[in-house]
Design a binder for this molecule. Structure first.
Ligand SMILES: [Zn+2]
Length: 433
């Protein structure tokens, strides 16, 4: 197909030192723009800062953090650095916990954003000749239209199918000859089951070869299931509405972490309690500074997402941009049990080692730090498998990985989601009741 290896070779392979010089230049620009927004100016004044105090990335740490509450408090347009008439597009976060975060683009921002998404897709090997199907919501979610339009930019034939039952989605993939798609990982897992229900064979009934997945925490174990089940290659990508949507970080063919576009963002990892920057390799909260968006400045935004900056090394793909690890989860999703911080992704990583485990799981916390782990297993296994051995095996692996003793309860696939009337809640904390 003659796919380009890079969307923007010059920028994607620029030496790190030059990328850092660019970061310094653009940070100064961004700080000046933020100064025009009353909420940012107030914060900077409170910290005793004026724009000229920021001379480069060495001064980044002097700048105050931006929090989600700053977005909520200035809903919907309070953080704009341009008149609303200059804004050509508005998106929001999902806003499951109250008011959503509003994110805005000028025409220049929109073009810039599309080039970042095009870099992502090219990194995943998607381009002209591909039929690209989007499976996510295509309204306010940045990942929906963002990928639909980005895929057009790289020359793919785009099928904006949007949300549907996995069976209908696959049927469309078969009919349109879809080669690549964008989805959230839990949905990609459901496509495997649907494929069996429809009697489709990968590579025979389907032309799928690559999936771009993200927008929720997942693990290498679920990647293996998706890749084996659908017989595709997958690329983990990271983005969030506040920082502009997708086009922040994605894996390359080397699959050793996610390159983040360092000419366009500064990523720091900080200790979530003290806000102190951490060193590469240390796990903490991702803090993002946007370096390109004129409509909506973003300085040192506390994302609530947990990951590591990876020690810098030259990547085999030729890109020079630094990498972050996979996202371990959100700080909101972490529970402390007997002093141990636990993320749902850690449980998922353990459970997916067992082939009879399918579907959802749920941690129920009660009493003084007692934990029951409810695990959905395959229907046949529930009838004919050795359930006692399975419980022992799961409990032992969980203990090994988390140092926690849990009671294991097995239930048939579909139980947890139907109890919850849709998507199962991963953690039920009854300790405070
Ligand atoms: Zn690479």
């Amino acid at each position: 197909m003659g796919k380009p290896k890079f969307w923007d070779k010059e920028w994607e392979t620029k030496p790190l030192k030059e990328l850092e010089e660019e970061q310094s230049r653009r940070l100064k620009w961004m700080v000046k723009r933020a100064w025009e927004v009353p909420a940012y100016r107030a914060k900077m004044k409170e910290a005793g800062l004026k724009p000229s105090d920021i001379r480069g990335i060495g001064d980044l740490h002097k700048l105050p953090f931006t929090f989600k509450k700053d977005f909520i408090g200035n809903y919907p347009y309070g953080l704009l650095a341009v008149p609303l008439s200059e804004v050509v597009r508005i998106h929001t976060s999902s806003g499951t916990k109250g008011k959503p975060v509003v994110t805005c683009y000028t025409m220049r921002d929109f073009d810039y954003w599309m080039n970042l998404v095009a870099r992502n897709l090219t990194s995943a090997g998607i381009g002209k000749g591909d039929v690209f199907q989007n499976t996510t919501q295509q309204a306010m979610f940045t990942g929906g239209l963002g990928y639909v339009e980005g895929a057009m930019k790289v020359g793919a034939t785009v099928v904006p199918f949007g949300p549907a039952s996995p069976e209908r989605q696959l049927q469309a993939m078969k009919e349109f000859g879809t080669t690549s798609f964008h989805a959230v990982p839990s949905y990609a897992l459901r496509l495997i089951e649907a494929m069996h229900n429809l009697g489709f064979k990968p590579k025979v009934d389907l032309k799928l070869r690559v999936g771009v997945l993200g927008a929720e925490a997942w693990t290498e174990q679920s990647r293996k299931r998706i890749e084996d089940g659908l017989q595709i290659d997958t690329y983990n990508n990271y983005g969030l509405a506040e920082a502009g949507g997708p086009g922040i970080a994605i894996e390359c063919s080397e699959k050793t972490g996610l390159h983040f576009w360092a000419d366009s963002f500064i990523i720091e990892i900080v200790d979530p309690e003290t806000g102190e920057p951490l060193s590469p390799g240390e796990e903490g909260e991702i803090v993002i500074t946007n370096l390109w968006r004129e409509a909506l400045p973003l300085i040192r935004y506390r994302t609530g997402d947990v990951a590591r900056l990876l020690p810098y090394e030259k990547c085999g793909c030729g890109r020079t941009h630094p990498k972050i690890s996979w996202i371990k989860g959100r700080l909101d999703d972490m529970v402390k049990i007997r002093g141990v911080g636990l993320y749902p992704s850690t449980i998922e990583k353990v459970l997916l080692q067992f082939p009879y485990v399918v579907g959802e799981f749920q941690l129920v916390l009660y009493g003084v730090d007692r934990v029951t782990l409810r695990v959905e297993v395959d229907k046949d296994f529930m009838k004919r498998g050795d359930l006692e051995a399975a419980r022992r095996e799961i409990a032992s692996k969980i203990k090994e990985e988390t140092l926690l003793t849990m009671d294991i309860e097995l239930c048939e696939e579909g139980t947890l989601a139907s109890e919850a009337g849709g998507k199962a809640k991963k953690i039920v904390d009854l300790r405070t009741l």
